[in-house]
Write a protein that binds this ligand. Sequence first.
Ligand code: 3PG
Ligand code: MG
Length: 397
Amino acid sequence: MNKTSVRDIGVEGKRVLVRVDFNVPLDENTGEITDDSRIQATIPTIKYLIGQRARVILISHLGRPKGKVVDELRLTVVAQRLSQLLGQQVEIAIDCIGPRVEKSVEELNNGDVLLLENVRFHPEEEENDTSFAQALAHLGDIFVNDAFSASHRAHASITGIADYLPAVAGLLLEKEIKTLGDILENPAHPFAVLLGGAKISDKIGMLENIRCKVDSFLIGGGMAATFLKAKSYGVGLSLVEGDKLEFVTQLMGDIAKQRKHLVLPIDVVVADSLSTEATSKVVPVENIPSGLRIVDIGPLTIDSFSRELERCKTVFWNGPMGIYEIPQFTAGTQAMARLLANLKSTTVIGGGSTAEAVIEMKLADKMNFVSTGGGASLRFLSGKALPGVEVLMDKEK
Ligand code: 3PG
Ligand code: MG
């Protein structure tokens, strides 16, 4: 990466402001953290800074409180979890800016860690307000961005703050960019993309940018309906993105012309509703009943996807194969997760719901990399700059 790393600069005794993404899922009823992978992913950077005797000040958002204090979105549970993971007490500040926070910062010794309160309690964060960014910057000497998964947001604590402090990349951010960058630049071939999720529109930018490198396109999930429709199959009540039919038709034509592989579902699970009470059955794609909708890939498709992926050397996966929120419709996604976990090839998982599924199945360790960023990784793979990365200092030649 051509950006300066936190390892390239001296931090001992410095007040180091680290933007992390502790936007973790919480249990609706208990408020407990249901998946702490985003916290775990930042531990290397935090431990590195502790080891270097820096005074560490962490900035994060949690949820979408829309500029107001929402008690359920306080970072208290995060501070507790982080303290456990680090094996040292992490204090939480009363707010993220202001005299009382400055006082907490002044009291820090080298090697201490302070977590600022949810930065999105202030509307100025998402507005990227200059004075707010300055107030944040006032708390530190150096800014480290380790929040890859929020780096597609041009917010005060991600981009604005870099106007006032030397700004460098954290270890997680570096690793994300290195791994996803390798996929863009020199994937081992054959290179497969396994795509799912509700909509193709989220993935068009990425497809446009990486299609020349890809050897196999495997399409499942809700987005398969638009491909099937473009091939003149009836797809019942499944969502078809009418304005994307032309793109899909052209993509399929190009794939055929270039003698690359396109693997579409040959059978699907269809259901009468999107609920746990739904009645469902497996049908070949030629016979999707008009009153039903696609909710998962079928067993023959799982086999055909598996055969194709087994011959590939790099696999990038983004998007569940079915309606993952409903337990009956998770078979396709789970089968793909198990298959990828056992492949010898390089397996990279896009963030968001795909990462959630892999983590929930306890298979994350078996993949080469699971991105912490959903939107951010798609944006990166679409070749667009991430504002939070752009603002970091270039590496000295
Ligand atoms: C995420 O979870 O996608 C990031 O933390 C960014 O959060 P946001 O989508 O609410 O901006
Ligand atoms: Mg998001």
